[in-house]
Design a protein around this ligand. Structure first.
Ligand SMILES: Nc1ncnc2c1ncn2[C@@H]1O[C@H](COP(=O)(O)OP(=O)(O)OP(=O)(O)O)[C@@H](O)[C@H]1O
Length: 238
């Protein structure tokens, strides 16, 4: 199975502080479903930032989509970022745009016809239970509603890689199930998914997903399976 992400002895420090990520050495298979877990402060968000190219490693090498990006110039990165859907822990919705227009953004950037944008966005908002909030702006939405808009925006264009930081942190158990269903469906269509979460019920409800455990900036991988992904590793429904 093709490798979509490869970390080779990656380390990260912020400024002159101690390393918050150490010796990360793993590969993610294209089409896989991964959960990233570990105690608060273990480095999950930092690892995701490296993945979606918001942060450069201070040590080691990173390959994404088969290309070596460790020293790639800043202006070379946007085309790679467009292949990644991101659910930020703090949502990062555009305040002055409606929920509809926030979700529509990736499709409009991709140049999709407006009729297609309209039907896809309506369908997606209905799925996340926000059909009647389409014209609301983010500051008037609850935390859970904003999170659902953020998820809808991240998945609408079917990215090759989806990176989600605590995507169910602000929703109830029923909505968490729907969100997981959405992610599993996207995974079946070929998107590689990596979800940072403390929610054990998400992990147990996704048979076939792989777990990446971080502790104090280092990967805890007793089986070593992520160094050489076995053939059967992959989609959650495999
Ligand atoms: N911008 C930053 N500048 C300096 N230190 C940072 C920065 N961002 C994170 N850190 C530090 O890096 C370490 C890892 O933080 P990170 O947010 O990656 O952990 P986490 O596992 O995502 O935690 P949580 O589960 O609480 O979200 C922590 O010690 C944190 O204080």
């Amino acid at each position: 199975m093709a490798t979509i992400v490869e970390f080779d002895r990656v380390g990260l420090r912020y400024g002159t502080g101690a390393e918050v990520l150490r010796d990360l050495d793993f590969r993610l298979a294209a089409g896989g479903f991964y959960f990233l877990t570990g105690p608060s402060g273990a480095g999950k968000t930092s690892l995701l930032k490296l993945l979606y190219l918001a942060q450069r490693p201070t040590r080691g090498r990173i390959q994404l989509f088969g290309d070596e990006l460790t020293d790639a110039p800043r202006e070379a990165l946007p085309p790679y970022r467009r292949r990644i859907g991101i659910v930020f822990q703090d949502f990062r919705l555009i305040r002055h745009l409606s929920a509809f227009d926030n979700v529509a953004l990736p499709l409009r950037i991709a140049g999709k016809p407006e009729a297609e944008v309209e039907s896809s966005v309506r369908e997606m908002l209905a799925w996340v239970g926000l059909a009647d909030r389409a014209s609301a702006r983010p500051p008037t939405l609850s935390g859970g509603e904003q999170q659902r808009v953020a998820i809808a925006r991240a998945v609408i264009a079917r990215p090759e890689l989806l990176v989600a930081d605590e995507p169910t942190g602000n929703v109830d158990a029923e909505m968490a199930k729907r969100i997981l269903h959405l992610l599993t469906a996207l995974n079946r269509l070929g998107t590689t998914i990596i979800v940072a979460t403390h929610d054990i019920s998400l992990i147990t409800a996704t048979p076939g997903a792989q777990m990446i455990r971080l502790d104090n900036g280092a990967m805890v991988d007793p089986t070593g399976s992520l160094k050489n992904p076995p053939a059967q590793m992959g989609r959650a429904d495999a």
